[in-house]
Design a protein around this ligand. Sequence first.
Ligand SMILES: [Zn+2]
Ligand SMILES: [Zn+2]
Length: 93
Amino acid sequence: MSARRIEIFCPKCRWRPNPASRWFCKPECGNSWNTFETGGICPACGHAWAETQCLKCGQFSPHREWYHETAVGGPAAHNKKKKRKEKRLAGAR
Ligand SMILES: [Zn+2]
Ligand SMILES: [Zn+2]
C-alpha cells in the first residue's frame, strides 16, 4: 500500500500553479479565479473550461492533463518485485 498524491503542474513546461494564480473567464463574464479550485469551472458563470492555459508558457492543455498522480513515500518494493518477474518472463522466450 503506497500513498498516492495528485500533483498539479503544466504538462508542457511543468510549471506549478499556486493558490494565488488566477485565470480569467470570457470577457463578457470578466471573472478571475483559481481554476484548479473548481476543476476548470468558472464559479461566476458556470462555464466549464475543458482546456487550461498555462500562465507560464501560455500553451493550452486539457484541464485533466494538469493532474499527475504520483506515488509518494515508502520503498516501492512490491513494484520492484513485479518488474523483476516481468523481466524474467520476457527473457524466457
Ligand atoms: Zn506551461
Ligand atoms: Zn465565467
